[in-house]
Design a protein around this ligand. Structure first.
Ligand code: UD1
Ligand code: CA
Length: 470
């Protein structure tokens, strides 16, 4: 009966997301609350996408239009796209009722996988295993061993260890409440049988709800196998109901991601003080200091060192580059053996070639900087094309904005820009040109010449410092 992969039924994922999440005390619907920078529901859907379902249905509730609007009709995952079907559950009458709202869109030959929109850390490997346990005549149930199972539905097994039914906490006897195997809520069941069982659910229980969990006893009665799978880790079945649990899951997620990078050989000074989001790839011997935030896609080449308090998003950093503390880098390509910071800001559409040095309080925006060039102190370089071996002196500013238009500055190879220069764009500084300190350059400066713009220095001989009248 345990079919091979090829025989597996097409998969329909149903994500329950109609709960209100009152305990969040937030205007943002619960499943849109961000974990590691993206909505809880997106985590669940990305995991579902990895299972390549035939269809994905999201059961949303009254007031859930915002959820629907936020996610739309498809979720893009990498290069692929996961189409989403939305099923409204106008009144929250229970998990069984919620699943039933999606069933008209599910066909009999499909295998249904029920997920919760507020259980974000479930892993694909676990779900894959669960689906493989289920079959046309078998239901698979993800359970969890808990030290305190308060609030959870309890898994009632017989002497042979076979699952008999699930009793909700509120309906459980004192003896049943001592069972420490809880229901995660995640299950896989063949659509044809599930449909039949859902139609028979009653709400004569402590909460007056249609419990999805009641299908387990129905399966047993119909001699359909119930195959439990105990979740390998607690974190992956934890739900989020309030901000405290959200922070707990964030910590789990942080640790999971840090473990992945460390397994790949990255040195992380303190895995509890790092945030890794999105896709992150690394070379050998990468080092990350405390409070680093990486928002993928980020690639760090061999030997890259990132100092404390850096935020790097959507960037590639070349081999051997050192990023000193307190830098912010966004949407940039940085070459090999560069030295960045401390306190540098690299803004979008910046490309640094190899061996570039950016020092403290330097901001680079939408610019290309050539090999071996240095911008070491207190400068702004925007909308610029800077050649190789250029030295941009302290306090240089490319004046790229006239209040309406952005204009470009070009600086040729080997140029030397004296400190405190204003380069009023559009302007071209020639190769090998030297700009005298303090110049405001408004016209192009030729190659290999000293160009400066400065008023005469004067000393006033008769001048006396003012003194206080006594
Ligand atoms: C449910 C399970 C319980 C399990 C627990 C795990 C049932 C009856 N109970 O209990 O066995 O141990 O989860 O956390 O299934 N939802 C809807 N519509 C509804 C009701 C719920 O979409 O009408 C959604 C919620 O948004 C949530 C999920 O279903 O994502 C679970 O609902 P919740 O109220 O948290 O279920 P519990 O009572 O905790
Ligand atoms: Ca819950």
């Amino acid at each position: 009966m345990s079919g091979t992969k090829a025989q597996q039924a097409p998969l329909a994922v149903i994500v329950l997301a109609a709960g209100q999440g009152k305990r969040m005390h937030s205007d943002l619907p619960k499943v849109l609350q961000p974990l590691a920078g993206k909505p809880l529901l997106t985590h669940v859907l990305e995991c579902a996408a990895a299972l390549q379902p035939a269809a994905t249905h999201i059961v949303y509730g009254h007031g859930g239009e915002r959820v629907r609007a936020a996610l739309g009709h498809a979720l893009s995952v990498g290069d692929a796209s996961l189409p989403l079907n939305w099923a409204l559950q106008a009144q929250q009458l229970g998990t069984g009722h919620a699943v039933a709202q999606a069933m008209p869109h599910v066909s009999d030959e499909q295998m249904v996988l029920v997920l919760y929109g507020d259980v974000p850390l479930v892993r694909r490997e676990t779900l894959q295993q669960l689906i493989e346990l289920a079959g046309p005549k078998a239901v698979a149930l993800l359970t969890v061993q808990l030290t305190d199972a308060t609030g959870y539905g309890r898994i009632v097994r017989n002497r042979q260890g076979e699952v008999q039914r699930i009793v909700e906490h509120k309906d459980a006897t004192a003896t049943q409440r001592r069972i420490n195997e809880g229901n995660s809520g995640i299950l896989a069941a063949p659509a044809k049988l599930l449909r039949r069982w859902l139609a028979k659910l009653k709400s004569d229980n402590a909460q007056g709800e249609y419990y999805l969990t009641d299908i387990i006893a129905m399966a047993v009665k119909d001699k359909v196998k119930v195959r439990p799978l105990i979740a390998p880790t607690l974190a992956e079945v934890l739900g989020v109901n309030d901000k405290r649990q959200l922070a707990e899951l964030e910590a789990h997620y942080r640790r999971q991601r840090a473990d992945e990078l460390m397994a790949a050989g990255v040195t992380i000074i303190d895995p509890s003080r790092i945030d890794l989001r999105g896709v992150i790839t690394t070379g050998r011997d990468v080092q990350l200091d405390v409070n680093v935030v990486l928002e993928g896609p980020v690639h760090l080449g061999d030997g890259v060192k990132v100092g404390a308090n850096c935020v790097i998003s959507a960037a590639r950093i070349g081999m051997g580059t050192v990023i000193r503390p307190n830098c912010v880098i966004e949407n940039a390509e940085i070459g090999a053996s560069c030295q960045i910071g401390p306190f540098a800001r690299v803004r979008p559409d910046t490309e640094l070639a190899d061996d570039v040095h950016l020092g403290n309080f330097v901001e680079i925006k939408k610019s290309r900087i050539g090999r071996g060039s240095k911008v070491n102190h207190l400068s702004y370089v925007g909308d610029s094309i800077v050649g190789s071996q250029v030295n941009v002196g302290a306090g240089t500013i490319t004046c790229n904005y006239d209040g309406v238009n952005k204009s470009q500055t070009q600086i040729g190879d080997g140029a030397f820009i004296g400190s405190g220069s204003m380069l009023v764009a559009p302007v071209k500084i020639g190769a090998g040109a030297v700009i005298g300190a303090g110049s405001t350059i408004t016209r192009d400066a030729p190659d290999d010449r000293l160009t400066l713009e400065r008023s005469q220095q004067r000393t006033i001989e008769q001048w006396r410092r003012p003194t206080k009248k006594t």
